[in-house]
Design a protein around this ligand. Structure first.
Ligand SMILES: *Cc1c(COP(=O)(O)O)cnc(C)c1O
Length: 371
């Protein structure tokens, strides 16, 4: 199966095989060595000299960890939303009693730093900013670097959902000034689901010292004291740790810069292929289009569910639209362990599945190219 969804993503054979290794004592020397090795290399991937923790949870758990470890009930939080995952981040902070001020952008648009600047000027009581680096639901990458610069300028804590970006897109955590960053194993890391990965910089730890949100399983204070002994507070997903260990080797061998370049090239190839079929990208501006996931408008006269079914019958799995985009877009994941052949195969299957629904791909493409 050509699994072209934005997570879980395909895993290299050696990563999957690592999961079949026998269990070890998670309080013993073997695990301690593994934990030290994984943590050290994760810092290279995050490009941080801060702390990085491996939590046994999904990406949402990692997002929850950075919220409950830095904020207090009643804290005013500027939540930047332009899609399904931005909504989730805002809701999460709200669920723990943060005073969330939303700055909404249309789905398909990116966060506009000018409006963020205005919001920060207008409301000095804001303490923290939440942003999704790569909005997987709309296929838009937000200008994180610019928003991070604003967070520094206005002295606000910056919490980042980087679940579908870190490990695939350029994201130097320290250089950009991201205080707390959350990601997960099953997207750009080429590892099965099960591990949430979070970084905490010095400002995030200062916030942690003041933070009064309830927390227990995800308490990073506990994680930090156990990390000193190269352990986790609770039983970790040991097999997924084994897999991450192997994947980190592959990632650092390729290099973070080359990984970002590969994703950029694969994304261009995907966007060009989709446009050649006469289809339209969902993001309003192609300059905002993500290099990890391409969201495409379902064309007139085509039924999204049937289209995805037609693709599945050809061995290609694409993702549908989430929430308000259900039936309106489909999404092609191109992050992690992906080759040009995977993209070309998916595009060919897409052309056939569209044709099966009476969509005139080539005629439409000719119209598109003559515009
Ligand atoms: C996948 C994803 C998540 C986390 O999802 P989980 O199912 O909890 O792992 C969060 N944010 C973004 C942007 C994502 O793409």
């Amino acid at each position: 199966m050509n699994l072209r969804i934005p997570g879980p993503t395909p895993c290299p054979q050696e990563v999957l095989q690592a999961q079949a290794l026998p269990m070890v004592n998670h309080r013993g020397p073997q695990f301690a060595e593994l934990m030290a090795r994984v943590t050290d290399r994760l810092k290279q991937v995050f490009q941080t000299s801060g702390d990085v923790f491996v939590l046994t949870c999904s990406g949402t758990g990692a997002m929850e960890a950075i919220v409950v470890n830095t904020l207090s009930p009643g804290d005013r939080v500027l939540s930047l939303t332009c899609g399904f995952f931005g909504e989730r981040f805002a809701e999460l902070a709200q669920a723990y009693g943060a005073d969330v001020v939303r700055l909404d952008f249309p789905w398909g648009a990116a966060v506009d730093p000018q409006r963020v600047r205005q919001a920060l000027r207008d409301d000095p009581s804001i303490q923290a900013i939440q942003i999704v680096h790569n909005e997987t639901s709309t296929g838009v990458t937000n200008p994180l670097r610019e928003v991070a610069a604003l967070a520094r300028e206005f002295d606000k804590l910056l919490l980042v959902d980087a679940v579908s970006s870190l490990g695939s897109l350029k994201l130097p955590v320290d250089a950009w000034g991201c205080d707390a960053v959350a990601t997960a194993s099953q997207k750009g890391f080429m590892v099965p689901p099960g591990l949430g990965l979070v970084s905490m910089g010095p400002r995030a730890w200062q916030a942690h010292a003041r933070s009064r949100m309830p927390r227990y399983y995800l308490d990073l204070g506990k994680a930090k004291s156990f990390l000193e002994r190269k352990q986790t507070p609770w039983t970790p997903a040991v097999s997924t740790f084994f897999a991450l260990d192997v994947a980190l080797d592959l990632m650092l061998k390729e290099g973070m810069h080359r990984i970002a370049q590969r994703h950029s090239a694969l994304a261009s190839r995907t966007r060009d292929g989709v446009k050649a079929l006469g289809l339209s990208l969902f993001p309003e501006r192609e300059a905002d289009a993500s290099n990890t996931v391409t969201a495409v408008k379902v064309p007139q006269g085509v039924e999204a569910r049937q289209l995805l079914q037609g693709l599945r019958q050809q061995g290609v799995e694409l993702a549908g639209g989430q929430d308000q985009l259900s039936g309106k877009v489909f999404r092609i994941g191109h992050l992690g362990y992906v080759t040009e052949a995977d993209i070309d195969g998916a595009l060919l299957a897409l052309e056939k599945a569209l044709a099966a629904q009476g969509y005139k791909a080539s005629a439409a493409a000719r119209r598109g190219s003559s515009e």
